[in-house]
Design a protein. Structure first.
Length: 331
């Protein structure tokens, strides 16, 4: 069997960025249902921090990284949608994209349109597919119509800036929160109808003011502990609290009984990987994303680029909340 060596960023114990090490591994031929892909760019996401820190526990050693883009080198038996030489991009389990080349399941790997470059492809898959399922599949019981208000926390982050643009294209009035005036300006420049600096303003009070006391139909929240409770107060009756991350720490346990007096609210904890459990659904969601990017309705903003060897610095920047838009690692 032909093998090739690759650099792969792994951790051998959970902890801080200092746990990230570059190991040399051998990569063989793809088996049934697998592809071998050589990366041209790799996406960085907050889920990588959760896995590295141990918040999301995995057996060790753990290769990190959930998304990438590059060229298919070989395909295994039963893979019909890709062939050697194809440009491709993915957001997928298992982790392991922080590397030069890997063998992985083909199910969530999608052919990348020629109009989209590798850096954009690597930066947009996990965040863009997340924005897709949030706005299109994770909807309040009363639905979402043009003109409706939604609240989106961390609106200047990678998922947030995509969501701001996509929400505008759908006719929604997105109220974004962010941690600085500059980040608020960024959200507004990308299509948010309103932006709230949560460090200087009470976001729940401002949301009520903006919506004339009505509240929003849905809150999309990747921040977690710091925003969860107040977010419930931003919802109108029968509104949906959609939690999809824990950037400030996990949400504390709460009594479901509080949801009644606040307006018979709904609460859900979402993850992308529940939505991409089939080849067909993955492709349909990716096609939707590719279409809005190719049409220019959603522009993927890459504000940070790090060499693969500088992965520790990349994680430090992400955890310090000093990044905006998307971040990529370059092999």
């Amino acid at each position: 069997m032909n093998t090739t060596d690759t650099r792969a960023v792994r951790i051998h114990a959970a902890g801080g960025p200092e746990q990230l090490v570059i190991d040399t591994l051998s990569v063989g031929e793809p088996g049934p249902g697998q592809v071998r892909i050589r990366h041209h760019a790799i996406g960085l996401n907050y889920i990588d921090v959760y896995q590295r820190s141990g918040l999301y526990p995995f057996p060790m050693p753990l290769a990190l990284g959930m998304e990438g883009a590059g060229v298919i080198e070989a395909v295994g038996e039963g893979v019909a949608h890709l062939k050697a030489g194809d440009r491709a991009a993915y957001a997928a389990n298992p982790p392991g994209s922080y590397c030069d080349v890997r063998v992985m399941p083909a199910m969530n790997v999608c052919k990348l349109p020629d109009a989209i470059d590798f850096e954009t492809g690597a930066a947009m898959m996990l965040k863009g597919l997340t924005a897709q399922y949030l706005l299109k599949r994770c909807r309040p019981v009363e639905g979402l119509e043009p003109g409706d208000f939604v609240l989106f926390h961390a609106a200047a982050g990678g998922v947030g800036l995509i969501a701001c643009q996509w929400a505008k294209a759908l006719g929604l009035q997105l109220i974004g929160t962010a941690g600085s005036d500059d980040k608020c300006k960024l959200a507004l420049a990308h299509g948010a109808s309103h932006a709230i600096n949560y460090r200087t303003e009470d976001f729940a009070a401002r949301v009520k003011e903006i919506t004339n006391g009505q509240g929003v139909k849905v809150v999309y929240d990747s921040v977690g502990k710091d925003t969860f409770e107040k977010s419930l107060d931003c919802l109108r009756p029968f509104g949906l609290m959609a939690s999809f991350g824990n950037a400030s720490g996990p949400v504390a346990p709460f009594a479901p009984g509080i949801l009644g007096p606040k307006g018979s609210l709904y609460v859900t904890r979402q993850t992308l990987f529940s939505h991409i459990t089939s080849r067909e659904r993955t492709q349909a969601m990716a096609d939707d994303l590719f279409a809005v990017v190719a049409a220019g309705q959603v522009k993927i903003r890459i504000d940070q680029r790090f060499a693969l060897t500088d992965v520790r610095k990349a994680h430090e920047s992400l955890e310090a909340r000093s990044t905006t838009g998307c971040t990529v690692l370059l092999p």
